[in-house]
Design a protein around this ligand. Structure first.
Ligand code: HEC
Ligand code: HEC
Length: 342
């Protein structure tokens, strides 16, 4: 019951934010056009990523990225100056958290595991259930969420307008004082700049055959073949915008996608997460219930618990000990160490 209530509070907040944004967005469009970034400052990605699709009113702008980064790391964006986005999304762990459930304001415990943040431009929707449609909205949600940062966005604007560096930056970049529009666009611009594509797997894809060891290459073969991981974790970001019930439980406490669609056929379905940087983003799954990659591999190997909504794509794999080890080594080779110093 408590869970339901929280979800509803969240949904209502998101709705309020949406109306806010539509209002602000229209007003500010003209101003933003002038700030289109120079071509050379665009982010270049390997060709196995589709190009970044920037919203018209928030093209890449390195100065907005810098402002967004400052906000992301600033605990003053919370009611009592104790929590920042970076409290739960820690750079050294590809912007995930190391605990099963992060701790928000007043020591409140989250109900889902904090996901890592990178290559967010590949996502159609945010959250593990896709409940948040755009990155601009997603940037505001946690600030207002009572269990995360608990600060009303209008109050936050008043607060930031008293701080010279924010006031001046907003004036320079948006020709405005600090508004929800400025906060949402800056943090989203920053998050869209968080791109990870420098793992050894990338070097391998780009033609350096020796970037992966023999064992890791065997692991990649399994990933694409016998282990069938590629059916769901694919494309440049090794994820997809599909939602599946992978049979973690016979009875799920968290209803996943069904929370959004209210259809029982969506029970226990969650967005397919990226496997990039996976070695440093544990614990795993929507609820951080699996502590190691060995446990995850064992889950897929056994084929999961029976559940009416479990996808047919999850079946026992019959991998032997050696194969499990090869698969594990490949997953570890997906770590982008340069991303930790982004
Ligand atoms: C108290 C911990 C906490 C704080 C603070 C927090 N987050 Fe999160 N974040 C989470 C959790 C937990 C989720 C997953 C929620 C879900 O899937 O339902 C999440 C999800 C996200 C996602 C979606 C990623 C995806 O893969 O779909 C983005 C983007 C994000 N947060 C950005 C932010 C930003 C920006 C801030 C600051 C304004 C912030 N977060 C503050 C815990 C936190
Ligand atoms: C039917 C689609 C599907 C297949 C096949 C699949 N996965 Fe997944 N995988 C998912 C979904 C969906 C989740 C998220 C489940 C959740 O959050 O509860 C997930 C989660 C994971 C996670 C945890 C990620 C995180 O950030 O918590 C890892 C690691 C993983 N899968 C690896 C694999 C490997 C290795 C294989 C092949 C043996 C595989 N997956 C096959 C859909 C799939």
């Amino acid at each position: 019951m408590k869970t339901r209530l929280k979800y509803w509070t969240y949904t209502i907040i998101v709705l309020i934010c949406t109306s806010f944004f539509i209002g602000c967005g229209n007003k500010r469009d003209d101003t933003i056009q002038e700030n289109t970034a120079p071509v050379e400052s665009k982010i270049i990605l390997p060709e196995y990523f589709k190009p970044i699709d920037y919203p018209k009113d928030n093209p890449f702008d390195s100065k907005k990225v810098a402002l967004g980064e400052k906000m992301f790391n600033d605990t003053r964006l919370s009611r009592d100056n104790s929590v920042a986005c970076a409290s739960c999304h820690i750079k050294e762990y590809a912007f995930s958290d190391t605990v099963q459930f992060s701790v928000g304001i007043d020591s409140q415990i989250m109900e889902r595991n904090s996901p890592p943040l990178f290559n967010l431009f590949t996502h159609n929707a945010f959250f593990r259930d896709g409940g948040s449609p755009t990155l601009e909205l997603q940037a505001i949600g946690p600030i207002e969420a009572p269990e995360e940062m608990d600060l009303n966005i209008v109050e936050l604007c008043e607060k930031l307008n008293q701080i010279d560096e924010y006031k001046i930056a907003a004036q320079k970049l948006y020709d405005s004082e600090v508004t929800p529009f400025v906060i949402g666009r800056s943090i989203a611009n920053y998050m869209r700049s968080l791109n990870s594509h420098h793992s050894r797997y990338d070097a391998y894809l780009q033609g350096n055959q020796s970037a992966l060891s023999e064992t890791e290459q065997k692991g990649l073969e399994l990933f694409e073949g016998k282990a069938k991981c590629i059916n769901c974790h694919y494309g440049g970001d090794l994820r997809s915008n599909n939602y599946y019930n992978i049979g973690l439980y016979e009875h799920y406490i968290d209803s996943g996608l069904a929370r959004i669609t209210l259809k029982s056929s969506d029970a226990g379905k969650f967005k397919v997460p990226s496997l990039r940087n996976i070695a440093i983003t544990g614990p795993y799954m929507h609820n951080g219930s699996l502590n190691s990659l060995e446990e995850v591999i064992e889950h897929f190997n056994l084929g999961g618990e029976p559940h009416p909504q479990k996808t047919e794509l999850i079946q026992p794999l019959y991998l032997n000990k050696k194969e499990k080890r090869q698969l594990l080594e490949f997953l570890i080779a997906l770590t982008d160490t340069s991303y930790q110093h982004h």
